[in-house]
Design a protein around this ligand. Structure first.
Ligand SMILES: [Zn+2]
Length: 274
């Protein structure tokens, strides 16, 4: 599932190719995404408009179009964006196809259909963004702020990190990796962390997200041409998916447990409970 770095990589890959390119026509697939504007709305607001700017908020991609229209996409579990020359053979599971000037088309493909594609007319703020918390790289995110937010919520630090209403864009994989790097047990109540702990968590969060973005950047051209792969699988994961394998720091077998319905992987020696 794409997290912040994957969406950022997609944004950086697409932005230079899409900015100042006009949408000529739009086609919508037969099956609907979990959240999707009607074909009539797409038809009314998209064709004829220039794409002015792309922006990422959390795991959302925003296309700012001419006339203050916003197209908002979320890749859900299995969504992909493919930029192809026109004409190209039809893709299975294509939900939204934007035909662009200059002989290109952007296809939103989503096998499991948990993605979102919504268009917002001028003056209408995209409602899903009201649930998106602060960006991890924002200056407004400080160890003190995290500590305050955590005290207001009695829950495990891992679930706290994955709460997109607090910090935007961190999913299960990176939450596992961040807590291993910060040497914190994932079940520690978030409210028990000191400002020093949060300083370490924030530093590791930014370092890991940055590294993932940098890795992903190397696969952007593949991604844009055909395969839809992002950098996710190129990042070296130290704990995620490694149950029973030795910890790369101390050699102890890594452990898996369930937390909030998701798998948590950690080292019982390096990540002691407080
Ligand atoms: Zn260890």
């Amino acid at each position: 599932m794409p997290e912040l770095p994957e969406v950022e990589v997609i944004l950086r890959g697409l932005a230079p190719r899409l900015q100042n390119r006009r949408i000529l026509a739009v086609a919508v697939g037969e099956k609907r995404l979990r959240q999707e504007s009607s074909p009539g709305e797409f038809g009314r607001w998209l064709p004829g408009r220039n794409i002015l700017e792309l922006e990422r908020r959390g795991k959302y991609l925003l296309f700012h179009l001419e006339g203050k229209v916003i197209l908002l996409l979320h890749l859900g579990m299995t969504g992909r964006l493919l930029l192809q020359p026109t004409p190209s053979p039809a893709l299975p599971h294509a939900h939204l196809l934007l035909q662009l000037e200059g002989g290109l088309q952007l296809v939103f493909q989503d096998v499991r259909r948990f993605g979102q594609a919504l268009v917002f007319p001028p003056g209408v703020a995209p409602a899903p963004l009201s649930q998106v918390g602060r960006e991890p790289f924002s200056r407004q995110v400080t160890p003190q702020w995290l500590s305050q937010e955590a005290r207001a919520r009695s829950r495990a630090v891992k679930n706290f990190l994955m709460d997109g209403r607090v910090l935007a864009g961190i999913g299960n994989i990176y939450a596992n990796e961040i807590l291993f790097a910060a040497r914190l047990h994932p079940a520690t109540p978030a409210g028990d962390l000191s400002v020093e702990d949060w300083t370490r968590v924030l530093k590791e969060t930014r370092r890991i997200l940055k590294a993932a973005i940098a890795k992903g950047g190397t696969t952007v051209s593949d991604y844009l041409n055909s395969q839809g792969e992002t950098g996710l699988f190129q990042l070296e994961l130290l704990v995620y998916g490694r149950e029973g394998e030795p910890c790369k720091t101390c050699g102890q077998p890594l452990v898996r447990m369930a937390q909030g319905g998701r798998s948590t992987f950690f080292c019982p020696r390096c990540q002691k409970e407080k």
